[in-house]
Design a protein around this ligand. Structure first.
Ligand code: PGA
Length: 253
């Protein structure tokens, strides 16, 4: 009942022209795929142009971050309503690069999630432990804290607007992927916790993506796990052919 969800996080890569070129190819190749969700998250500068290309295609467009206020004197920041108006339907919140390089903590992430939902954006909420935390046996506790703190302000039905991406920090951009077993173990913890917090039915339909060095070569084995519903892909989503192979992870032709 949960559709595969394949998402590309481009981070600080691609000019507007490059992004539009990619989006046109993606529209051509993936617009008619109704059995899976496909999403790209270009940098802010390319959002409007990419969303225009993908309008009506069913392919999702996400911003990689938002400010928690609707407007104001926040030089250099972009708000949820601006992102929604540019044509996005999703926004990433809580990516580990935002947490570690830009000092975002659980409380700020909770406010950003609330702000995103308020203006009708769906959220890909990223969580995950560091290598140190994993080695100390803290993985389950860390993701539990991130979920409880990050989703504090969620109201009844808000969970339906949410996708969770489990991204172990030690696997992001390192070429070191979690094994399918390691990913499944944490995804199962996340789904059980979501059941406790939001009810069984909501937890059952919650998409939980794995992220961290996903590539065309390891996508299918990760997707074979019961609780792995998709991938949030960084480096390997920048090349069209590589990304499209992961979109079509279950097709041989
Ligand atoms: P990666 O990045 O695929 O390059 O490891 C994943 C992410 O940060 O979302």
């Amino acid at each position: 009942m949960r559709k595969p969800f394949i998402a590309g996080n481009w981070k600080m890569h691609k000019t507007v022209a490059e992004a539009v070129d990619f989006a046109k190819r993606l529209r051509e190749a993936a617009a008619r795929l109704t059995d899976r969700d496909v999403l790209i998250a270009p940098p802010f500068t390319a959002l409007y142009a990419v969303a225009e290309v993908l309008k009506g295609s069913g392919i999702h467009v996400a911003a990689q971050n938002l400010h928690e206020s609707r407007q104001g004197a926040f030089t250099g920041e972009v708000s949820g309503p601006m992102i929604a108006e540019a044509g996005c339907d999703y926004v990433l919140v809580g990516h580990s690069e935002r947490r570690t390089l830009f000092g975002e903590d659980d409380a700020l992430i909770a406010r950003k999630i609330e702000a995103a939902l308020e203006c009708g954006l769906k959220v890909i909420f990223c969580i995950g432990e560091t290598l140190q935390e994993r080695e100390a046996g803290l993985t389950a506790g860390v993701v539990e804290r991130q979920i409880k703190e990050g989703l504090k302000a969620l109201r009844n039905d808000d969970i339906k607007q949410l996708v969770i991406a489990y991204e172990p920090v030690w696997a992001i951009g390192t070429g070191k992927t979690a094994t399918p077993g390691q990913a499944e173990e944490v995804h199962a913890v996340i789904r059980t916790l979501a059941g406790r917090l939001f009810g069984e039915a909501a937890a059952d339909s919650l998409p939980i993506l794995y992220g961290g060095s996903v590539k065309p070569d390891n996508m299918a084995e990760l997707m074979a796990e019961k609780n792995v519903d998709g991938g949030l892909i960084g480096g390997a989503s920048l090349d069209f052919d590589s990304f499209f192979r992961m979109v079509m992870f279950d097709r041989k032709d």
